[in-house]
Design a protein around this ligand. Structure first.
Ligand code: BES
Ligand code: MN
Ligand code: ZN
Length: 512
């Protein structure tokens, strides 16, 4: 039996992301009572009656009083029938800022339920009964996404084993059935995040611009209505994408652009939204080489493109009603005799001449040409919004840390929608200024501009550079970190964090 399974999974070359929550038994009670069974109760609001009832049902006599009296959001004890977890959010803990950085109901549930998964593992729970009582949709979605995200870790995933020891689950709501569509919705979201995380975790000797583009066209199991086009070096040259090409010219595998074009079956009034992701599969800094500590994590420099891939998986699997374009700007920034140099003057696809000030400011170069491709589409393909996602600067992580993306936009409505979407999805961003006066830092006596300058306000000058290539389109730029240094909440293992995927899903959902 086990043998048969192993050959079957080897034969399939697709990167399938399996879902734990899709195996849940909905609205049924557990069959066998002879296994170590855990009980999870999610009380949507503070409800002392329900709490008292289930304490009577589970707790030992000496436990009852203290459990009934406790005010905590998280209660755990081992009772008459096995371990019990009770989760009950106590309402908003506002941190101010107009509530934009407050923890949403979705976020609280996702991170609490995600954190439970490690406990199920360490206690070797074989079966689980999960009951939602008086919960709202956002809380349920959060809980399910958290449960589906948390089991992922790179090594077990590669071996196809990250779900091997997960308990079997019976899920009930208000002692009744449960909406199966919500399970599916949560599973698609979680798998989109997991795909982004996995791509970031892949080692740079496996993931390079060529293998990455091949994965996009052959290995990822997209839903229908999505077509993949790859532009290789020849095509990039014929498109005059000098900036994109120059970054990759020192690498074994040259630059590539991938275009994932999603067009739903049914026509709607919606105009396309274009997403562009920075996909530097490894950033040595180039000839302006990084010191080893700064280079150590630079396999994650394709984190923006990974978020865009995750979003494309979500859109195609959930058959999003509007047209969408996803562009991956892929290159490896290497040190070689062929590498581009400080002082080189390169012509962009839009005709601008850029003097290379620093080869480590490469992300803005690949994005510039691909943003130009996204913004110069014709007819029905003209985008309403263009949104890029990039691990663009070290400066933004100094300002905002690992969990809050820097948001730059030339459109207030778009910016507000993105910040609100990030708040609801527990995947935050904070608006930063496109302060024109700093552009003078980027002036060059030899070309239209340089690719870096100054040193102060590095995230702002980087964003100002990108703005030169969006041709006045409504545009937003998310400067992300893409990495979690430690496991926490629904992120069950350190590494790629899937940053920006949930925010952008929430943004797209709010448009329809
Ligand atoms: N990929 C880096 C930015 C980065 C560094 C993101 C660390 C996350 C963590 C980018 O290509 C880069 O090297 N940026 C330079 C730009 C500078 C040379 C103008 C930076 O931020 O130092
Ligand atoms: Mn760099
Ligand atoms: Zn970079």
């Amino acid at each position: 039996m086990a043998k048969k399974k192993a050959t079957a999974s080897k034969a399939s070359t697709k990167l399938q992301i399996r879902s734990w929550i899709e195996t849940f038994d909905i609205g049924k009670e557990l069959k066998s009572k002879n296994e170590l069974t855990g009980f999870v109760y999610f009380l949507g609001s503070d409800d002392s009656n329900t709490l008292n009832n289930l304490v009577e049902e589970h707790a030992l006599a000496w436990q009852m009083d203290s459990i009934k009296k406790n005010e905590k959001e998280f209660t755990h004890f081992v009772g008459l029938q096995g371990p019990v977890w009770i989760l009950r959010p106590k309402g908003k803990n506002s941190v101010g800022h107009d509530g934009l950085l407050d923890e949403a109901g979705y976020t609280w549930a996702r991170d609490q339920f995600g954190a439970l998964v490690a406990q199920f593992k360490s206690q070797q729970i074989k079966a689980l009964r999960i009951e939602f009582v008086g919960t709202e949709k956002a809380q349920e979605l959060g809980a399910l996404v958290g449960l589906d995200m948390a089991p992922y870790n790179y090594r077990q995933f590669v071996d196809g084993k990250h779900l091997a020891d997960m308990p079997k689950v019976a899920l009930v709501k208000n002692s009744d059935s449960f909406d199966k569509d919500l399970i599916r919705e949560a599973s698609i979201r979680a798998r989109a995040v997991t795909l982004a995380r996995h791509l970031v975790n892949m080692p740079p000797n496996d993931l390079n611009p060529r293998s990455y583009s091949e994965m996009a066209s052959k290995k990822i199991a997209w839903g229908k209505n999505l077509t993949v086009t790859i532009w290789d070096e020849k095509k990039l040259a014929s498109e005059k994408m000098g900036l994109h090409l120059s970054v990759g010219q020192g690498a074994m595998n040259g630059s590539r652009m991938v275009h994932l074009k999603y067009r739903p079956t049914k026509k709607s009034g919606l105009k396309p939204v274009a997403f562009v992701g920075k996909g530097i599969t490894f950033d040595t800094g180039g000839l302006d080489i990084k010191p080893s500590s700064a280079m150590r994590l630079m396999k994650k420099d394709m984190g923006g493109s990974a978020a865009v891939v995750g979003l494309a998986l979500w859109a195609s699997e959930s058959q999003y009603p509007g047209p969408l374009d996803f562009y991956l700007a892929l290159a490896e920034n290497s040190v070689d005799a062929n590498s581009f140099r400080p002082g080189d003057i390169i012509t962009a696809r839009n005709g601008m001449k850029v003097e290379i000030d620093n080869t480590d400011a490469e992300g803005r170069l690949v994005l510039a040409d691909v943003l130009d491709v996204a913004c110069t589409q014709k007819g029905n393909d003209v985008p309403e919004f263009v949104i890029d996602v990039a691990t663009l600067t070290g400066a933004i992580k100094v300002g905002l840390g690992a969990e809050i993306a820097g948001l730059f936009s030339n459109d207030d409505d778009l910016a507000n929608e993105l910040t609100k979407a990030g708040q609801r999805a527990g995947d935050l961003n904070w608006r930063m200024p496109l302060f024109e006066r700093y552009w003078s830092d980027m002036s060059s006596p030899f070309a239209d501009c340089k690719n870096s300058g100054g040193g102060f306000g590095g995230a702002i000058t980087a964003a100002l550079f990108l703005q030169k290539f969006v041709g006045g389109k409504k545009w937003a730029h998310l400067d992300i970190y893409a990495w979690a240094d430690r496991a926490s909440g629904a992120i069950g293992s350190s590494g790629g964090s899937g940053q920006a995927v949930q925010c952008l899903i929430e943004f797209l959902e709010s448009r329809v």
